[in-house]
Structures are given as structure tokens and as C-alpha cells.
Design a protein around this ligand. Structure first.
Ligand code: ASP
Length: 595
């Protein structure tokens, strides 16, 4: 029987004889005495085998190599002063091995050393191909255990304290309304018909509210066939929730408690609740982003009012065309950021143009409020305007002001990027902070320029604010996102449960009654049999765990992730299939390899 895991032994166990099962992390031969670091999922314990003290195990210890699987029984002893290891939780003890049993050797050359992989980066393709070895290492094993702790905390809070019920919803289903491309599965028994894998359980969870389930949650797998730029996965996991008869206020409060519970149980961190809130309009105004990182300042200032009649046509022209002029004031920016970086060819110029801007105008504030800038801006500012510029931006000696002028969207995107890059560079981000922020009152729709139509920003079942119903096109949605240190970790909304409003929303996004009934007829019909007011939210579990683990990629908190090309290097999925299988599925390929 296993008495202890390797990583759990402490001084209290000194004198006890214990048995461990695990892998040889490292084997060192110190002039006749052999030291083994024995590893299991909890960590490492040092095993000692010595020809004098433990002659029975010595021969076996000699034959061991890295990653061999062994069973070791031995006595826990205090380590001598000179070999204490404060870096290891077990670093005060070691185990004198009375017996070592080899359970399995390694028969092939290891593609990389597990024992050093935490310290010396291994190529990611190798890690993914030999994922089972990669997951043996401390860091990855800890990440999976953290993920488990997070899910466990979610379940404990939702089930035990709030009466949520977990329900599984179908994976083989119809298209769901999250707006990405579907993964499709051909039906063999229904020739030429297809299932879609769910992009989220959205429709089913709303149906469960019609069923009277009242409070639903699910640790749900979602599938979205998107181009995997950034850190996305074709399948990912959500904590998905839906609840009936709660107001937005009550939903936000319950979710604050949930998140605080997770932080407390998993990280021991006390999050102050309620979380701060910004409306979407405020977030865009002050940060140029709907997921602002509020761990640092550098807020944007809108100068449109001041500069609308400026003789500098870049400014006044942008405002006349319906756009804005905004500025990012950077204290100490004069010393830190050179002109070269802002002008064509510079890195900040590139950030701006990548965001769609034509360039960046700038002003340097000197002693006594003197301003130094390219002629065109200076020549077109009156003394009172200069004064007002300083007042609005709070700029003093040493401030650099970066300007964005043009369509609101482009200006926001540009200054948001510059703000993040510069905040990081100047060390303004306090990485010990855990800033949770609700962003509320999202617009119902955004303009899809390609298709020349309005599109639901969240999804078409999101309820507008009743007071905005007179002009649905500009209405605010009763939708909310939870932002953690600049990452969106969750989002949801109150739902429409009245048919007339649902019709209006479909109309606004150009969905005819036929199309609507074709796509979501079953849900609309269900709503005619007594739908309660309801709302919900979904969290991106992978991202949340990534942030809690301090990792930079969600691939590092998913056991078997896919690459940017959506393939699994371990199993070689996706793969070709037999012609016979395709035939049974009534599917033929139209693919012609490029010659
Ligand atoms: N289904 C939504 C999503 O995946 C979340 C929600 O509205 O509850 O983003």
C-alpha cells in the first residue's frame, strides 16, 4: 500500500518506514552513494542508497535511469546539515531505501529530460507529441491540479451554496448562435444531413429554464471553427450558467461571490466585493477597450470638444467626419520615449498603424507648461487652448502626449494598444494586483461592414434595456462581461423572454421570420409555453485557469491541446479516413491538392 505521496513527507515522518511509487526524476552517483529523486504528482523525495547502510537496495539503485518506474520502501531520516534543500517542500528529509523494486524501465531514448524541462524550455511541438511526458513535469502537473481545484471550487459553491444543478447538454446538435463557424458531423442514418457541434450550450440552457430547472450549470465543452490566431483552441471549456427569476444585479452579485470563493479556496486571496464596474461607454472612453487592464492608470482623454475647430486639419477633419481626437498622456514619457520610436519606422508607430491609424501625433510638455511639438499642432493652438490641453490631460513637465485622430474605433484601438505596450514597458503594471471589473451596458448590435448589416454583439437572445426599446438599433443590452487584469474571462446577459421583443431583435439583425424559425424555431416555440425571465453567463475556464496559474498560454492548462493549425500532435488528429467510411456517410471530398 502507498503510505505517502513523494511530495508529502515532512520531518514528522522521521523514523517511519514508508513505501513510495513513482518515477526516477534524477539519479546521482556520489562516490558510491546513490541519490534518487523520486517523483510522483505531488513532488519529489530524495532516496538514498548506500552499499553500507542499505546493501539490499544498492544494486537495484545502480541500475536505475531517469524515468524508470519504481517502488521504494525505506526509513525517513533527517538530512544532514549540508544537504538540506530549502527549495523542496521535502528538503529536510530523505529516505534510506531498504528495498527498491524496478517496475518498468524506459526502453527508448527520451525525447527530452522531464527533470530539467521546467527550467530549460523544450520545443512545444515535442512537448505536444510526447504530452504524457510533458505532463509528468512539476509545472504541468501543478497546472492540471490547479484546474481541478478551480472546477471543484465552482462545483462546491454553485451546488452546495446556491442550489445549482449540473445538466449535460448534447454535443451532436444544431448550430448555436455564437456567431463562429460550426464544426459539422455528417449523419450516416440521415443521408446528407449534418449535426453541428455546439459553440456553447446557449439554446439548451435557455430551454432548461423553460423547464423550470431554475439554476443550471455545466462544465461544458464548446467548439468553434475559427482561425486560431491568438491563443484560441478549436474546443475549449466553459463554466456555463443560467438562472431564472434573478435581476441583473442579483446575477452579478452571485457571480462575484462565486469568483471570490474560487480565489479564496484556490489561491487564498481575499477579493473585495462588489467588483468595480464600468459601462461599455466608459470603458471605451477612458481605456479605448471593453476589457481594460485597470491595474494601472494612463487613462485616455477626449479632446474632441477642444479641437473641433482646430486649424490643424488632421484634428478638426477627423471630428467633422464623425470621429474623435483622443490623447494618451504619459507621465515621464519625454525621457522614456524617443521621437524615433513614434515616427515612421519606429516600434510605436508600427503599433499604431497595425491598429489602423495613419500615424501618431505627439506633444512633449516641458518645464513651465511649455509645449514642444511638430509645427502644425503648435501653430494651431491658441494660448488658452494650450492651457486647456494641459488642464484636461493633467500634463506637467516631462509628460508625453500621444494623439489619436480619426474614426472612434480606430483611435480607441490605437491608443489601447499604445497604452498597454507603454504601461508594460514603463513598469506601471502592478503584477501583484488581481483586478476584477464588470463591464456593463454593452450595445445590442455592432455593424458588420462586410455583410452591411447589424449583428448581435453578444447573441440575438440578449435583452435590451426596456427604456431603450424605442430605438433598438442604438439600444444598450442587459449584458455584462467580467474582466480580470485586462482579460475577458466571462460574459453573459439577461435574455429576451417576450416574443414581440425577440421578433424586433431578429428584424434588426435582418433575420426574416422564416429564417429565425428555421434556425431557432424550437426555442421560440418553447417560449410560447411559459418562459420565465432568465439570464446567465459563461466563463472561459481555460483562460481563467491560465491566469490563476500565471501561465501565458491556455495550452499550458489544457491536458491535450491542439496546435495553431488545430491538430493534435500526439494522436495525429485530424486524419484521413477510409473511402468506405466516407461512402457510408454519403460524403465525398471536393478537395484538390495544389500541384
Ligand atoms: N453563451 C454565451 C457565450 O458563450 C454566454 C452566455 O450568454 O451565457 O458567450
Amino acid at each position: 500500500m502507498r503510505t505517502y505521496y513523494c511530495g508529502e513527507v515532512r520531518q514528522q515522518q522521521i523514523g517511519e518506514t514508508l513505501t513510495f511509487w513513482g518515477w526516477v526524476d534524477r539519479r546521482r552517483d556520489h562516490g558510491g552513494v546513490i541519490f534518487l529523486d523520486l517523483r510522483d504528482r505531488t513532488g519529489i523525495i530524495q532516496i538514498v542508497s548506500d552499499p553500507q547502510r542499505t546493501p539490499d537496495s544498492y544494486e537495484h539503485a545502480e541500475a536505475l535511469r531517469n524515468e524508470y518506474v519504481v517502488k521504494v520502501t525505506g526509513r525517513v531520516s533527517q538530512r544532514p546539515e549540508e544537504s538540506l534543500n530549502p527549495k523542496l517542500p521535502t528538503g529536510e528529509v530523505e529516505v534510506y531505501a531498504d528495498s527498491i523494486e524496478l517496475l518498468n524501465a524506459v526502453r527508448k531514448q527520451l525525447p527530452f529530460q522531464v527533470s530539467t524541462a521546467d527550467l530549460e524550455p523544450v520545443r512545444e511541438d515535442l512537448r505536444l507529441k510526447y504530452r504524457y511526458l510533458d505532463l509528468r513535469r512539476g509545472r504541468m502537473s501543478k497546472n492540471l491540479q490547479l484546474r481541478h481545484q478551480v472546477v471543484k471550487a465552482m462545483r462546491r459553491y454553485l451546488e452546495d451554496q446556491q442550489g445549482f444543478i449540473e445538466v449535460e447538454t448534447p454535443i451532436l446538435t444544431r448550430s448555436t448562435p455564437e456567431g463562429a463557424r460550426d464544426y459539422l458531423v455528417p449523419s450516416r442514418v440521415n443521408p446528407s444531413q449534418w449535426y453541428a457541434l455546439p459553440q456553447s450550450p446557449q439554446l439548451f440552457k435557455q430551454l432548461l429554464m423553460v423547464s423550470g430547472l431554475d439554476r443550471y450549470y455545466q462544465i461544458a465543452r464548446c467548439f468553434r471553427d475559427e482561425d486560431l490566431r491568438a491563443d484560441r483552441q478549436p474546443e475549449f471549456t466553459q463554466l456555463d450558467m443560467e438562472m431564472s427569476f434573478l435581476s441583473q444585479e442579483e446575477i452579478l452579485q452571485l457571480n462575484e461571490e462565486l469568483i471570490a470563493y474560487i480565489f479564496k479556496t484556490v489561491k487564498g486571496i481575499d477579493l473585495p466585493i462588489p467588483f468595480p464596474r464600468l459601462t461599455y461607454a466608459e470603458a471605451m472612453e477612458y481605456y479605448g477597450s471593453d476589457k481594460p487592464d485597470t491595474r494601472f492608470g494612463l487613462k485616455l482623454v477626449n479632446l474632441s470638444q477642444l479641437l473641433k475647430d482646430s486649424g490643424f486639419k488632421v484634428f478638426s477633419g477627423a471630428i467633422k467626419a464623425g470621429g474623435v481626437v483622443k490623447v494618451l498622456p504619459i507621465p515621464g514619457g519625454n525621457a522614456a520615449i524617443s521621437n524615433v520610436r513614434i515616427k515612421p519606422g519606429g516600434d510605436l508607430f508600427k503599433e499604431a498603424t497595425d491598429a489602423g491609424a495613419k500615424g501618431v501625433a505627439y506633444v512633449r510638455v516641458k518645464a513651465g507648461g511649455e509645449i514642444d511639438t511638430i509645427g502644425a499642432i503648435k501653430d494651431n493652438l491658441s494660448d488658452t487652448q494650450k492651457q486647456e490641453l494641459l488642464e484636461l490631460t493633467g500634463a506637467e513637465d516631462g509628460h508625453l502626449l500621444l494623439f489619436g485622430a480619426g474614426p472612434t474605433e480606430v483611435v480607441n484601438k490605437t491608443l489601447d494598444r499604445l497604452r498597454l505596450v507603454i504601461g508594460k514597458e514603463l513598469g506601471l503594471i502592478d503584477t501583484t494586483k488581481n483586478n476584477l471589473l464588470w463591464v456593463t451596458e454593452f450595445p445590442m448590435f455592432e455593424w458588420n461592414a462586410d455583410q452591411k448589416r447589424l449583428e448581435a454583439l453578444h447573441h440575438p437572445f440578449t435583452a435590451p434595456y426596456p427604456e431603450d426599446l424605442h430605438d433598438l438599433k442604438t439600444a444598450r443590452a442587459q449584458a455584462y462581461d467580467l474582466v480580470f487584469n485586462g482579460y475577458e474571462i466571462g460574459g453573459g446577459s439577461l435574455r429576451i423572454y417576450q416574443q414581440e421583443i425577440q421578433q424586433q431583435v431578429f428584424e434588426a439583425i435582418g433575420l426574416s421570420p422564416e429564417e429565425a424559425s428555421n434556425k431557432f424555431g424550437f426555442l421560440l416555440e418553447a417560449f410560447e409555453y411559459g418562459a420565465p425571465p432568465h439570464g446567465g453567463i459563461a466563463y472561459g475556464l481555460d483562460r481563467l485557469v491560465m491566469l490563476l496559474a500565471g501561465e501565458e498560454s491556455i495550452r499550458d492548462v489544457i491536458a491535450f491541446p491542439k496546435t495553431q493549425q488545430a491538430s493534435c500532435l500526439l494522436t495525429d488528429a485530424p486524419s484521413g479516413v477510409d473511402a468506405k467510411q466516407l461512402k457510408e456517410l454519403h460524403v465525398a471530398s471536393t478537395y484538390k491538392p495544389k500541384t
